[in-house]
Design a protein around this ligand. Structure first.
Ligand code: MG
Length: 387
């Protein structure tokens, strides 16, 4: 019988690629529940093609139009946060893919982990915000976490069959984004269009802007720490513009394992579904002669201040740092995508939030959610005062 897959965020970049994999591995997996935030028409098309048990639309105003579109089917249509809870706790789900973008996916990730089933983690922000607390639930429930974020999938694959005590260091690779070759002086004039023009990966707008600031790598440092129980000094970021090596692990004897593949999210998604098995891909395989060379650079801290902030946070105690930088970044990226602030102001806003909320305490989930709200309203006020 097909394995039942719950896709949280089915209309986004991760969801679309997950559905490509399910289509490709015809019959082996089934989309049992699909969710979307506002794209109800796209969700209706997905539901009509994949015939899930449940379709969830986050924005309640679209519940009725979605119900009308699916009225001739037996698909259960639910909306709002109770709908998202219904999908993220779905008792018939065997594998949960967390493809929601941003901290808004926190509760859904926690619910999925509480099921004790397999969770393919693409939504990194919940781990950045509440990695310690989620790791505790993983321990309690025996949930099987398989990373889908390409770098973390690479680290996971490199660590298979290895002893964690023999790991020296993990190198998280990043392309350097669209501004890698830009002079620093020009960055304040970078437009939304420039920032969304990623050289190697095709992803959603939020993560593409994060890739341009390299905040994406800052978040991935925090994510890696919790996913693999690494100490801060064991994790490093290196720029690799070709995006063929997705990350590397160095062992105590100096041997290094790298996981490679084309920059295509179907690869880590398919692996999270079929693990420990591997099966044929629906996409192109790497042609090294076409790639030509694999190069590496040290990220320039002046060009990527967001990465510097991330490194600093990684070394600090307490649970609050991840939420502060993540929530601040989400507000700032949103303002940038709405053309309200310049590209370089993204990190300036994050620094303001860090200065305002810094303290080295551990938090409960409730405190994390309260802190998230406080950071958001603080920055919105700051933005209004400055403008
Ligand atoms: Mg990544």
């Amino acid at each position: 019988m097909a394995e039942q897959v719950v896709i949280l965020g089915a209309t986004g970049s991760i969801g679309t690629s997950t559905l490509d994999v399910i289509r490709h591995l015809d019959g082996r997996f089934r989309a049992a529940a699909v969710t979307a935030h506002t794209s109800w028409e796209k969700l209706a098309d997905i539901a009509l093609e994949f015939n899930p048990d449940i379709a969830v639309i986050g924005d309640e105003q679209f519940e009725q139009p979605l119900k009308d579109k699916l009225s001739h089917t037996s698909i259960e249509v639910v909306s709002g946060s109770s709908g998202l809870t219904r999908a993220s706790c779905y008792e018939k789900g065997d594998i949960f893919i967390t493809g929601i973008a941003g901290g808004i996916g926190l509760q859904a990730t926690v619910n999925a982990v509480r099921t004790g089933k397999r969770v393919g983690v693409a939504n990194k922000e919940p781990f950045v915000m509440a990695g310690r607390l989620i790791s505790e639930i993983v321990q309690e429930t025996g949930c099987e976490i398989i990373p889908v974020d390409s770098e973390h999938s690479a680290i996971f694959q490199c660590l298979l069959g290895e002893e964690s005590r023999e790991v020296n260091k993990v190198y998280i690779t990043g392309s350097g984004g669209p501004f890698r070759t830009w002079p620093i002086e020009k960055l304040s004039q970078a437009t939304k269009k420039d920032a969304l023009n990623h050289p190697t990966w095709d992803m959603g707008p939020k993560v593409t802007v994060d890739s341009a600031t390299m905040m994406n790598k800052a978040l991935e440092l925090l994510e890696a720490r919790w996913l693999f129980s690494l100490s801060p000094s064991q994790i490093d970021v290196i720029i690799h513009p070709q995006s063929i090596i997705h990350s590397m692990v160095e062992f105590c004897d100096g041997s290094i394992k790298a996981q490679m593949g084309n920059p295509d999210m179907t690869l880590p998604i398919q692996y999270a579904l079929t693990y420990p098995e591997r099966t044929s891909s629906c996409r192109e395989y790497v042609d090294f002669l076409k790639v030509g060379s694999l190069t590496f650079e040290q990220p320039d801290p002046d060009k990527y201040p967001a990465l510097r902030i991330g490194r600093e946070m990684l070394h600090k105690k307490g649970d609050r740092w991840g939420t502060i930088i993540n929530s601040a970044n989400e507000v700032a990226v949103d303002l940038f995508l709405n053309e309200k602030i310049s590209f370089t102001e993204i990190t300036q806003l994050i620094e303001k939030a860090v200065a305002e909320f810094a303290s080295e305490e551990d938090c409960t989930f409730e405190e994390i959610i309260a802190l998230d709200n406080k950071v958001r309203s603080f920055l919105k006020k700051e933005y209004i005062c400055d403008n």
